[in-house]
Design a protein around this ligand. Structure first.
Ligand code: PAF
Length: 280
C-alpha cells in the first residue's frame, strides 16, 4: 500500500491509473478510522480495481466554535488499518496543499444543505462539498463511497454530483453499529462511559420509532413527540432536532410513507454532537 501526501503527485498518479483502464474507488474520510469507514473500503474493493482512502481533517467544514482542533488524529494507526483492510493508497494531504494561501473558491449546494444540520452548522455542507469536489478532481474516482450515518451529507453529495455532471457513482454503505446500538463515529471517542450509555438511547429511540411505524403509526407528529420524549429522559442528552424527512431531498414529511423516509436525530451528549438516522 502506498501513502501519498502531495496533491500533484496524487492527481498525476490517478490520471495514470485511469488511462491504464483501472477503476478507481475513493473512500473520503477525516481519519480516526472505525468499522464504519473500514466497511466502506470493503465496498470500494468490490467495485473498483484501486482503492484510495483519503484522510484529511477538513477545516472548511468546521464552524469557529466547533471541534476542529481537538478532532482525533491518529494517522499511523489509520494507515495500518487501511493496509490491513486492503486499500491500495492512503492520500493524506496537508491543509496548506489543499487550501494554499489566497484560496477563495467554494462549492455550495443550496437546498438539501439548508435544513437539519445546516440550520445549526450553516457553513458545514459548503465545506463538505468543496473538499469532496477537490478530492474528486485530485483522485478521479469512478466510484466514491460514503456512509449512511451521514444521511444529509450523502444526499448533498449525490445532488452535487448530479448538478455538476461529475462522472462518478456515489455508493452509500450501511451504518455500522456497536453492540449497544450506537452508530460508529469518530466523535464517539469523546464520550465517557456514562455519556455513552445515555447516548445509546439515540439509536434505541430510532428503533422505537421504526417499531411504531411497523405497528401502524402514520403520524409524523406522534413519532417526533415519542422520540423526543424518550431522549429527554436522559439527563446528559440535549436534543437539536428530531425530524422525519424524504430520504433524497431531506424535505420534512407530512405523513409516514413506510420505506420512503428517514427519521433523523441530532443531539448533544454534553459536549459531543452526535447524529443518527433510520429508514422508517
Ligand atoms: O464524512 C466525513 O468524514 C467528511 O465529511 C468527508 C466526507 C470526509 C469530507 O471531509
Amino acid at each position: 500500500m502506498q501513502t501519498i501526501q502531495s496533491v500533484n503527485e496524487m492527481q498525476s498518479h490517478a490520471i495514470g491509473l485511469r488511462s491504464s483502464g483501472r477503476l478507481i474507488g475513493l473512500v473520503p474520510t477525516m481519519g480516526c478510522l472505525h468499522e464504519g469507514h473500514l466497511s466502506l473500503i470493503d465496498i470500494a474493493k468490490e467495485k473498483a480495481d484501486k482503492v484510495i482512502v483519503s484522510i484529511f481533517v477538513n477545516p472548511t467544514q468546521f464552524g469557529p466554535s466547533e471541534d476542529y482542533d481537538k478532532y482525533p488524529r491518529m494517522l499511523d494507526a489509520d494507515i495500518e488499518k487501511c493496509r490491513a483492510r486492503g486499500a491500495d493508497i492512503v492520500f493524506n494531504p496537508s491543509v496548506e496543499d489543499m487550501y494554499p494561501q489566497g484560496y477563495s473558491t467554494y462549492v455550495n449546494e443550496e437546498r438539501i444543505s439548508a435544513g437539519l444540520c445546516g440550520v445549526s452548522r450553516p457553513h458545514h455542507f459548503r465545506g463538505v462539498t468543496t473538499v469532496c469536489m477537490k478530492l474528486f478532481n485530485i483522485t478521479r474516482p469512478d466510484i466514491a463511497v460514503f456512509g449512511q450515518k451521514d444521511a444529509q451529507q450523502c444526499a448533498v453529495i449525490k445532488k452535487m454530483v448530479a448538478d455538476l455532471n461529475i462522472p462518478a457513482e456515489i455508493v452509500i454503505g450501511e451504518t455500522q453499529r456497536d453492540a449497544d446500538g450506537m452508530a460508529t463515529s469518530s466523535r464517539n471517542a469523546y464520550l465517557t462511559e456514562v455519556q455513552r450509555s445515555e447516548a445509546s438511547n439515540i439509536s434505541k429511540s430510532l428503533l422505537m420509532a421504526k417499531d411504531m411505524v411497523a405497528n401502524g403509526t402514520r403520524s409524523v407528529d406522534r413519532i417526533v413527540a415519542e422520540v423526543t420524549h424518550h431522549l429527554l429522559l436522559s439527563r446528559r442528552i440535549r436534543v437539536i432536532y428530531v425530524q422525519v424527512v424524504d430520504r433524497e431531498t431531506m424535505v420534512p414529511a407530512r405523513e409516514i410513507i413506510p420505506g420512503e423516509q428517514l427519521l433523523c436525530v441530532a443531539a448533544w451528549a454534553e459536549q459531543t454532537r452526535l447524529i443518527d438516522n433510520i429508514k422508517l
